[in-house]
Design a protein around this ligand. Structure first.
Ligand SMILES: [Zn+2]
Length: 294
């Protein structure tokens, strides 16, 4: 039996088809790319799983598989980095979904440098923690950002009102397994807000999609795929579409893709309400659902 026949979709277990191979631009090897015929899930069938090598100090400095990563600068320059737009936008989107008060418990799952955690603790009334592993975790902890350990996380099952996972799920080889873990951390009725690229507009030209980095972005979703993954892991999917916080989230994405690192007067005078909407018409990142813990 060939490898193609052995593989099933990791979301819906239906048959998958190998749609091609892609050579890594950072790791010089061939990655086999599969697509589910039923739910549209796209994944690397032979992912590079040496996490220590992938998510090294160099990766977080933008010298690894994703050249747009700028985590060390963001950690040290929270008031200069363009990332602050994303933090502000996420806070606004979450607040539009669920009331935030002093008793709200929020976990940023896969928090990277903890920048969102720090921003939310400074600007929102709720209690916010992060969860992360590896080199970047230690950098954030050294600056006093509260990032919980695996043991603390396990002991906090069923206690969170909000979990965010910002640009995390595309890095995960077993998305449903990880979503089930996130579900176990939430209270019933809790909110999961994730961001990830939308593969649907790139269906015909997937291999030309700049987001598709086979070394690190190994699981790609269309909105229906994500809804299916939510269903498999104990969430109700809700499609809320574009809300005002996305002006800032997409503003960050656009600036990042242009190689901009710091805020400036030149970008501040641009009409971001219009530009972000226009960018979303192409990328359609706001078509993804949020998840409500059932
Ligand atoms: Zn599927």
């Amino acid at each position: 039996m060939s490898e193609t026949e052995c593989l099933r979709c990791k979301i819906c277990t239906a048959a998958v088809t190998q749609i091609g191979v892609r050579r890594g631009t950072f790791k010089d090897r061939l990655f086999k790319i599969f697509r589910c015929n039923t739910c549209g899930f796209i994944f690397v069938g032979n992912p590079w799983l040496d996490y220590k090598e992938i998510y090294s100090e160099a990766y977080y400095k933008g010298q690894g598989a994703d050249r747009f990563v700028d985590y060390v600068f963001e950690l040290r320059n929270p008031t200069r980095t363009i990332r602050q737009y994303e933090w502000r936008g996420i806070a606004q989107v979450v607040r539009s979904c669920i009331p935030l008060g002093s008793d709200t418990r929020w976990l940023d799952f896969g928090c990277g440098n903890g920048g969102l955690v720090r921003y939310c603790r400074e600007h929102l009334p709720c209690s916010v923690w992060g969860y992360e592993q590896g080199w970047i975790r230690d950098q954030a902890v050294n600056l006093g950002i509260p990032i919980v350990t695996e043991e603390v996380l396990d002991s906090a099952a069923g206690t969170f009102d909000v979990v965010t996972a910002i640009e995390v799920i595309e890095h995960i080889a077993d998305p449903v397994g990880e979503l089930r873990r996130i579900r176990s951390l939430l209270k019933p009725g809790g909110l999961l807000f994730i961001t990830t690229g939308n593969a649907a507009p790139h269906r015909e030209r997937l291999f030309e999609w700049g987001y598709f980095l086979p070394e690190v972005h190994i699981s790609l979703f269309e909105p229906g795929t994500l809804a299916q993954a939510f269903k498999e892991s104990g969430f109700r999917a809700e499609f809320r579409g574009y809300s005002p916080g996305f002006d800032d989230i997409i503003r960050f994405k656009v600036l990042k893709s242009l190689g901009v690192h710091t805020t400036s007067l030149a970008e501040k005078v641009l009409p971001w309400k219009l530009l972000s909407r226009a960018a979303d018409k192409k990328s359609r990142v706001t078509a993804h659902p949020v998840g409500w813990a059932e």
